[in-house]
Design a protein around this ligand. Structure first.
Ligand SMILES: [Zn+2]
Length: 179
């Protein structure tokens, strides 16, 4: 009776452990895929930005706050509903926080309720560049400042008229010039 009980117990523990390690392996593989996607995105960005302002990480760290550095240079994302430009309705121009490049006007801003400042269009003239971003198991279009290569956010095709676009931008990537 006792022997049988221990036999079943051992079997159960064994099954449980193998299940766990399988999950861990899967997790490891996913991380590996994400790492590769991240590398591909970084290489594509480097190629796209070869004519932009070139600074070393140390030089950018002197100009930017640690939070701005994380978003602009390391393609980070600020937590939703925390950015200073999410609820911001002054008239003026939104510029790149790293280099001052004029990116969006206040009239292009709309309330998307997605947690980040959103714009339905950009200031024309090639001020923003896009690159395919395959990280986090998604296919998204990343937007970058064309002048300095700073990460701004992503652009989606679920925006309002007249463009149907939604530029989802980190407040940390932006500065503002009042009219
Ligand atoms: Zn810039």
């Amino acid at each position: 009776m006792t022997t049988q009980f221990f036999f079943i117990l051992t079997l159960l523990v064994g099954l449980l452990a193998s299940g766990c390690s399988e999950a861990q392996n899967k997790n490891k593989n996913m991380k590996e895929t994400d790492k590769n996607a991240d590398m591909t995105s970084k290489i594509a960005t480097k190629e796209l930005m070869k004519d932009s302002i070139q600074k070393t990480e140390e030089e950018w760290k002197k100009i930017l706050t640690p939070e701005q550095f994380y978003v602009l240079r390391q393609k980070g994302t600020e937590r939703p509903f925390t950015g200073k430009f999410l609820v911001h309705n002054e008239k003026g121009v939104y510029t790149c926080a790293a280099c001052g490049n004029e990116l969006f006007t206040s009239t292009q801003k709309f309330d998307s309720h997605c947690g980040w400042p959103s714009f339905y269009d950009e200031i024309k003239g090639g001020k923003i560049k896009t690159v395919t971003d395959n990280t986090h198991g998604m296919v998204r279009t990343e937007i970058l400042c064309a002048k300095c290569g700073g990460h701004l956010g992503h652009v989606f095709d679920d925006g309002p008229n007249p463009t149907g676009l939604r530029y989802c931008v980190n407040s940390l990537s932006l500065d503002f010039k009042k009219d």
